[in-house]
Design a protein around this ligand. Structure first.
Ligand code: SF4
Ligand code: SF4
Length: 208
């Protein structure tokens, strides 16, 4: 019948409208901000930087490779790479971002920065109440504001964070096994090398 779908849709809307007076499950809205709906695990809005441990600087995973900066479609990430290095999670010396800003007034929440990061250093947050009347300073988030702990990551995206932890632990174990094998090979080589010949005594000079 012509228009059957429209009539069905209207009937469903009317059923939900009338039903919402007697059944809370049919309520699709809440009285925000007094009432709030907790974000679901798949919620994504703006990126943040993950750090491990207690120290936001020492544990920052970002190595300032600038891939995210290059790949960000609206170019709203600004990174300045350090001249010195600090150890990463496997102890390898790496650069770090002296400056890492994201202009969230430009960010379109596409998550490309997260997908291209090879270091699991940038993830999507669920915080959305970021309105401010400070158009420039208030919406340009710097490294300090962007840095959040791995524990926080676990609270907002537990499944994903556990997978990331498992991946990083696996990579760390591989690096440590490789280093151990190299050290053992070096020790075995040193042990197998013939002992150095004692130096022959130097001839003494003629009669004085
Ligand atoms: S989410 Fe998209 S737009 Fe926002 S910083 Fe990442 S790459 Fe850029
Ligand atoms: S967040 Fe990831 S991709 Fe971006 S600079 Fe840091 S390590 Fe590189």
């Amino acid at each position: 019948m012509l228009g059957e779908g429209i009539l069905k849709g209207l009937a469903e809307t009317a059923r939900n409208f009338a039903g919402s007076y007697v059944s809370k499950e049919r309520l699709t809205t809440v009285q925000y901000p007094e009432e709030r709906v907790a974000p679901i695990e798949a919620t994504r809005d703006f990126p943040f930087l993950v750090y491990d441990g207690e120290d936001a600087f020492a544990g920052l995973r970002c190595v300032s490779c600038q891939i995210c900066e290059k790949e960000c479609p609206p170019k709203c990430i600004y990174i300045e790479k350090s001249k010195d290095k600090k150890p990463d999670y496997v102890g390898k010396p790496q650069n770090y971002p002296v400056r890492f800003d994201i202009d969230i007034s430009v960010c379109m929440s596409c998550q490309i920065c997260v997908e291209v990061c090879p270091f699991e250093a940038i993830k999507m947050d669920t915080v959305f109440e970021l309105a401010t009347d400070d158009r420039f300073g208030g919406l340009l988030l710097d490294r300090e504001k962007l840095s959040k702990s791995n524990e926080y990551y676990h609270t907002i995206h537990p499944t994903e964070a556990m997978e990331v932890d498992a991946r990083l632990a696996e990579e760390k174990a591989k690096v440590e096994a490789k280093a151990k094998a190299a050290a053992e090979a070096a020790a075995a080589k040193a042990a197998a090398a013939p002992a150095a010949k004692p130096e022959a005594p130097k001839p003494t000079g003629g009669a004085e």
